[in-house]
Design a protein around this ligand. Structure first.
Ligand code: UD1
Length: 398
């Protein structure tokens, strides 16, 4: 029996591991010989723990309950990473896996890859090679360390493979597999298709507001594509939400200019809600005309909003990718991205606008006249998880 532990901690990890675990299930159904089966253990570090940030994703993506939950919870990065390492080391000593699979770039990714390597397990990183070049981003540190330690680096696009080559990673240690986030998107389109934007808002609304009748209707653009008359906002990066002097002008712009043109649907991350309350801005956003504040929403609900939105403002990495495949104009509230393949200059739909209101305004105005333009980078085809598993099995057999 070949043993793999997959380690996850935060919302985007759950989406990615769902597809990988499905690939393992399919593999195990195919082989009757126990020697060829994979013994898989799912470890949840507990970095995200609210029902809406964790359990809800397991449920709607059919991910089995984690076999082990380390329950590390919130804390400073050192606390989160340190506590994860201490708890994960015990798991590794008990379970002795052949491989540890980590995904993405969150604190759980770093903590589990370092611990696994020290315990002598092989490490596979799904979503390797992304680089923003911005060392003030905790995720960039997580990516660099994880990739440096990994035995097998699975990249989502060719630019990421190129980054690894420049860093001296040997060809035998990397495989271009495509984007596993898009596996989930492709596998769930039918579930999203039956959702209704108005219901999503009423079910999750924090302020009791919803779209008005005129905004519910779909608009047909000159190219014949359909889009709803609302914008979506997601905001959670410390660089955007932790400083009043950054957050306040952003909110003022969105409230006084965007929400004047169309309703703005805003599923709020717990970190952002906390900051808005600390800064005394919560009351203002709750009562703002045309601001529809939602609690954190599920995977299908978010994709449904993405499919219908006229545009998205976001600082999330995964949303830049989903917007690219769905064709949704995406104003990325960051100065850099580790996902350049999603930028307009590479054929995607995302524009980097940072957090400078002048720049955001200028790009927003351009976006108002732009059309949906779906684009699919190579291997963003819904079959990445199978390629990930094959790469691990091929490595083993080398
Ligand atoms: C983490 C990831 C980020 C990813 C994001 C997705 C790191 C360094 N960052 O950021 O890359 O884009 O997840 O959402 O790993 N909180 C709750 N309930 C929860 C989880 C968090 O209330 O279930 C609150 C806590 O106050 C916590 C704060 O949100 O301190 C931040 O959570 P944390 O996991 O540290 O980072 P995220 O901002 O979610």
């Amino acid at each position: 029996m070949f043993k793999i532990i997959s380690a996850v901690g935060a919302r985007p990890n759950f989406i990615k591991i769902a597809s990988f675990m499905k690939a393992i299930r399919v593999h195990n159904e195919k082989y009757t010989d126990p020697g060829l089966k994979i013994d898989h253990i799912l470890v949840h570090t507990g970095q995200h723990y609210d029902i809406s940030m964790s359990r809800a994703f397991f449920k709607e993506l059919d991910i089995p309950n984690p076999d082990i939950n380390l329950e590390v919870g919130s804390g400073s990065h050192a606390e989160q990473i340190g506590n994860t390492m201490i708890a994960f080391e015990k798991v590794l000593r008990r379970e002795k896996p052949d491989w540890v699979v980590v995904v993405g770039d969150v604190n759980a990714t770093l903590a589990c890859s370092v611990t696994a390597k020290k315990e002598g397990a092989k490490v596979c990183h799904i979503e390797a090679g992304l680089r923003s070049g911005d060392m003030s981003m905790p995720e960039e540190i997580n990516r660099l360390v994880t990739d440096r330690l990994s035995d097998l680096l699975l990249t989502p696009d060719k630019l990421s493979s190129e980054n690894l080559r420049k860093e001296g990673v040997a060809e035998k240690n990397m495989v271009f597999v495509g984007n596993i986030m898009i596996d989930a998107l492709e596998a769930n389109r039918d579930k999203e298709a039956v959702l209704n934007v108005e219901n999503i808002c009423s079910k999750n609304s924090l302020s009791g507001k919803n779209l008005k009748a005129k905004d519910k209707s779909q608009k047909t653009t000159s190219s014949g594509s359909q889009k709803g008359n609302f914008a979506v906002l997601t905001l959670h990066r410390p660089s955007n939400v932790d400083l009043l002097e950054i957050l306040q002008p952003l909110i003022t712009f969105l409230r006084t200019e965007v929400a004047r043109d169309m309703p703005l649907i805003w599923p709020i991350h717990p970190r952002t809600e906390k900051r808005l309350k600390e800064f005394g801005l919560w009351g203002e956003v709750m009562k703002s005309q045309n601001f529809i504040l939602l609690k954190p929403i599920g995977y299908h609900e978010m994709l449904r909003l993405n499919m219908e939105a006229r545009l998205i403002f976001t600082d999330s990495g995964g949303l830049q990718e989903e917007c690219t495949v769905l064709g949704t104009p995406c104003l990325t509230l960051r100065w850099n991205t580790e996902r350049p393949v999603t930028l307009c200059e590479h054929g995607g739909t995302s524009v980097l606008v940072g957090n400078d209101v002048e720049r955001i305004r200028a790009e927003y105005k351009k976006t108002l006249t732009s059309e949906r333009k779906p684009m699919r980078p190579e291997f963003w085809d819904g079959h990445t998880a199978e390629r990930c598993l094959k790469a691990i099995l091929d490595y083993k057999n080398k």
